[in-house]
Ligand binder design. Sequence first.
Ligand code: G3H
Length: 471
Amino acid sequence: MAGTGVFADVLDGEVYKYYATTRQTQYRVQACTQEEVNKVMDAAKVAQKAWARTPLWKRAELLHKAAAILKEHKAPIAECLVKEIAKPAKDAVSEVVRSGDLVSYTAEEGVRILGEGKLLVSDSFPGNERNKYCLSSKVPLGVVLAIPPFNYPVNLAVSKIGPALIAGNSLVLKPPTQGAVAALHMVHCFHLAGFPKGLISCVTGKGSEIGDFLTMHPGVNCISFTGGDTGIAISKKAGMVPLQMELGGKDACIVLDDADLDLVAANIVKGGFSYSGQRCTAVKVVLIMEAVADTVVEKVNAKVAKLKVGPPEDDCDITPVVTESSANFIEGLVMDAKEKGATFCQEYRREGNLIWPLLLDHVRPDMRIAWEEPFGPVLPVIRINSVEEGIHHCNASNFGLQGCVFTRDINKAIMISDAMESGTVQINSAPARGPDHFPFQGLKDSGIGSQGITNSINMMTKVKSTVINLP
Ligand code: G3H
């Protein structure tokens, strides 16, 4: 098992992608040049003009067709996800099916919200007669640049593609290097559905070579990005275009002493360890009342012991993390916690990129793992003596994506939710982005704007008004 995981490199104009279980080249994708990016941008601009004039119902019809084709091709696309990003086989299929559903829902929602306009009359504002009628509707922005992360190369791409297209925009996708092949297959499904040439394009290559060129390109009218710190750099460099950013989190799970402890343990394991903790909405720190901590840690450990560790093809719960540098970073956090005296509930074990699930108890605020996002199967537990202490730790983080609180007292739950500086707080469940039509947003360094189907459609449009002046 040593060395499992995937990596990629650029050679001779192609990105070579390996799956290190076999140490064989699995895929090659084009490493696009800046000239090629320019051509794609030009085509996107031309295609968008015609697309914006295409009736809304026709745009929706094509999206429904693409959704169906995507679902029909779930097996080969899921296979790419397994090989490229080591996503467990069943989760890989779910990602594709969920993406098809997202596209269909987007088509339906788009028809409803873009099919409505607004009429204002002038005499509601002081000093005016009723001699002006203002008609407002939503118009597209132009070319949307979508940059999804490695952990959902298909789903977090279509969550940007669907809203952009239904709203009359064209779209240029820069997929993550690992996940690019799955993304190319997904884009091909849109082409098979009959979307016009140039309307949706996929630009593959190294971020270091074409990343800035794309995000600073004058042809881009909107950027929707999901990922890590790169988003902060993009937001500083991007021009005067609307930004939608989701940049990770340190999602806190606050556990009160009246909580259903079996429910807590099940959600800590699901929230902390699914896809080996490589989700921005993963539970990333447990803040638990001392009185119930021993019981919950014991229950969690019993469940952790049952997690299947191994290759994604075998549908294991814990699979290799995405890169060696990611595994090294996780290991750095673990070693720091060890030096500073955290209690290891399991033995730390790593082979190549595969890291066995690890719960760290008695973590203290001076440990890096109390604040940093491991994006791996390592979960810190901080014992607290009051709810205020938990809220304080949660709010002291630079992140504010999601959080959760476990208690049987709904009044307390709502008060804690109000006090937590997080874009979403789940009561009695682990953090999660879905269902995909729910609003999804991060506060502080976790993002800009709000996602979810409706919010994304609105974000990728502008209001345009026509005023009728009566004599
Ligand atoms: O990794 C970031 C995703 O937005 C998380 O989505 O909650 O469906 O896993 P998820």
